[in-house]
Design a protein around this ligand. Structure first.
Ligand SMILES: *[C@@H]1O[C@H](CO)[C@@H](O)[C@H](O)[C@H]1NC(C)=O
Length: 293
């Protein structure tokens, strides 16, 4: 090729590249998924909010778990400035789950909730509840939609098929009945609601988490990193009762204050406008100890 032609082509390429060069906090993330993906909650860059309203286009259950008068396209946002999370290469983008006064699921007037379920994660017989599975998720705060950490928030959890227990809860805020735990941490609670790990909630940076559930050995293990660093194990595989099947849920369930009946009553402030940004969301098969970092 003629050198001036090559040069001009390179110049054009560089200009095109510069035109779509994102701000520094949007450099492509570097995490590589190395294990088979069982449920993929990573959102393609071309996705539209309306895709989440229909089973034919959503990667999640379009009908659950949310205020019945809301569509997912009203609950979710695509935050422009969040940058990509650790396992979201340039073909994926982050999404934000929001809560408002209308975030009342069925008759559960005590909670404000919006929880995503993966497509194919059935309450009984799900591939998410056999063998060894790891759920990955990254979280970033939205300063425009701050949480009120005087409340207890479930952010990622696995609920049994009988709806009588959560095998684990990933939470933030003030845990009801456990006032000795600081509010301003992310925490992993086991099936008996005992904290097994926590880390401070950071501003302006992605925090990356993974929870491995071994359904054969009845253990759970937590992994963590911040920014775009590789995940490291944050706990050993601790004993936990993972029985009872059920489903993963990702989003927000905000408990009320001032009640012993958290499902149905208690205090929630009005004109609620809260949100949390998610990315790098997927469940992988961790047979033979495979965990992406
Ligand atoms: C945060 O929640 C507490 C407990 O419900 C409440 O007293 C307080 O007013 C809330 N703060 C804001 C800013 O709404």
């Amino acid at each position: 090729m003629h050198s001036t032609t090559l040069l001009s082509l390179l110049t054009v390429a560089a200009a095109a590249n510069a035109a779509c060069t994102p701000p520094t906090n949007q450099l492509p993330a570097t995490g590589a998924v190395k294990c088979p993906v069982v449920f993929d909650g990573r959102v393609k860059t071309a996705s539209q909010l309306s895709d989440f309203d229909s089973a034919s286009t959503s990667i999640f259950n379009p009908d659950y778990v949310k205020g019945q008068n809301l569509k997912w396209s009203q609950i979710l946002q695509f935050p422009e400035a969040a940058g990509n999370a650790h396992f979201d290469d340039t073909t994926y983008k982050p999404f934000e789950v929001t809560l408002s006064d209308a975030s009342i699921f069925q008759t559960q007037r005590g909670f404000r909730r919006a929880g995503l379920q993966f497509k194919g994660d059935t309450n009984n017989g799900s591939p998410g509840t056999t063998g060894v599975k790891t759920i990955h998720f990254s979280i970033k705060l939205d300063p425009q939609r701050a949480l009120n950490l005087s409340h207890e928030y479930l952010l990622v959890w696995h609920e049994s098929a009988a709806y009588d227990a959560n095998q684990f809860n990933f939470e933030a805020g003030a845990i009801l009945g456990q006032g000795s735990l600081p509010k301003d941490t992310y925490k992993v609670l086991d099936r008996s609601n005992k904290q097994i790990w926590s880390t401070p909630i950071l501003k302006d940076t992605w925090q990356n988490f993974a929870v491995t559930l071994d359904f054969n050995k009845n253990t759970l293990q937590v992994y963590y990193s911040k920014g775009d660093e590789p995940l490291k194990s944050a706990t050993s595989a601790v004993s936990n009762n993972n029985a009872g099947e059920g489903q993963y849920q990702v989003g927000m369930l905000k408990k009320p204050t001032g009640t012993s009946d958290v499902v149905n009553s208690g205090y929630q402030e009005s004109n609620l406008n809260e949100g949390l940004i998610y990315g790098s969301l997927f469940v992988e098969d961790s047979a033979n100890g495979c965990v992406s970092v």
